[in-house]
Design a protein around this ligand. Structure first.
Ligand SMILES: NC(=O)c1ccc[n+]([C@@H]2O[C@H](COP(=O)([O-])OP(=O)(O)OC[C@H]3O[C@@H](n4cnc5c(N)ncnc54)[C@H](OP(=O)(O)O)[C@@H]3O)[C@@H](O)[C@H]2O)c1
Length: 306
């Protein structure tokens, strides 16, 4: 069995080493043009030339959960595309989102500003009931986030394509229920995949339907958000703030209004990082399962786009 590793701007060497150690019977190598044909590929943003050259590939393992960039390539229809299925990301996402929700709800940013100026101040306690959180996308990451928020007793709403049953989560599904979902939520967490259906879904119309004093946490993809619309809804006073981890252009360009906006917290696409050891273990497990002819989780539906 031949395995090739093809990464954009990421050193393949430790992955090659880790995969080779876990699969001594296989030949694992980093891809270079003209490399011998492989059965499986481990990829991050590979060039089209890689796909065009490696015509014998059976499986493409993406080392992230989102496959939007990969699906921009011309892929043979029979090629199996497999995304990471948690692999240590959901707990990171739960930490990030709970931190952002609690920081806003408890006004810790306000306390930080007071402390910087030597002020010992108290703010009136707020009620969780007034801060229902809406999680858009109830997949591997969204469901974990919804469950984590419940631990802190926030009311949680969930929105997905198909209706979910998650204990304690009020579920909404499909475009017909989007308005009800937004109007029932004050804090909005975006964890949908980027597809032709979800691109630009966070816009003036949808953000304005959140409850007054709303808050946006975007941890999915930058292209979900119409950036000028967010600024308009923040400046109108309808939204109290936003925590953004992903952007239409990354790195966020110097001089972009998000950097300095007083109601926006920026982080550099770090909410849930790919963990090498966990990811290698998961991919190796799936390669062995495929060899035994068993089904695996995380196969991408190329038509649906996630
Ligand atoms: N910022 C970061 O560091 C980072 C890290 C990892 C992932 N991500 C992003 O997080 C996304 C989610 O990851 P995941 O593993 O949770 O994905 P997933 O398991 O595929 O879940 C996606 C969820 O979104 C829902 N959805 C898809 N299209 C929709 C639509 N048009 N309307 C409403 N809901 C829709 C799906 O509904 P159904 O359940 O009905 O299919 C599903 O619940 C990834 O695609 C990636 O973009 C970001």
């Amino acid at each position: 069995m031949n395995i090739t590793v093809c990464f954009d701007r990421l050193d393949p060497a430790p992955w090659v080493q880790g995969l080779q150690a876990a699969l001594p019977q296989a030949r694992v190598a980093a891809w270079a043009p003209g490399a011998s044909p492989a059965d499986h590929a481990i990829v991050w943003a590979p060039p089209q030339a890689f796909i065009d050259e490696q015509v014998g590939l059976k499986t493409l393992f993406n080392i992230g959960a989102g496959v939007d960039a990969l699906l921009q390539l011309r892929l043979p229809p029979a090629l199996k595309v497999v995304r990471l299925d948690d692999a240590g990301m959901s707990v990171q996402m739960a930490e990030y989102v709970c931190h952002a929700v609690i920081r806003h709800f408890r006004e810790f940013d306000g306390y930080e500003a007071d402390v910087m100026t030597g002020r010992w101040s108290y703010r009136k306690p707020r009620s969780r009931v007034d801060f229902p959180v809406g999680v858009m996308g109830l997949g591997v990451l969204g469901e974990r986030v919804a469950r984590a928020l419940q631990v802190f007793e926030f009311p949680v709403n969930g929105y997905s394509r198909s209706l979910k049953q998650i204990d304690g989560v009020r579920s909404f599904a499909g475009p017909k229920q989007l308005g009800d979902f937004l109007q029932a939520s004050r804090i909005l967490v975006n964890l949908m995949p980027l597809t032709s259906e979800t691109e630009n879904m966070l816009n003036q119309d949808t953000l304005s339907q959140l409850q007054a004093g709303g808050y946006l946490i975007n941890v999915a993809r930058g292209r979900h958000l119409v950036e000028d619309d967010l600024i308009a809804v923040l400046d109108s006073g309808h939204l109290a703030g936003a925590t953004l981890d992903v952007f239409r252009t990354e790195p966020l360009p110097a001089g972009h209004p998000f950097w300095q906006h007083p109601k926006i917290t920026v982080t550099p696409h770090t909410s849930a990082r790919t963990l090498r050891q966990e990811s290698i273990a998961q991919i190796v497990g799936k390669i062995l399962a495929l060899q035994r002819g068993e089904p695996i989780r995380g196969e991408v539906d190329l038509q649906r786009g996630y």
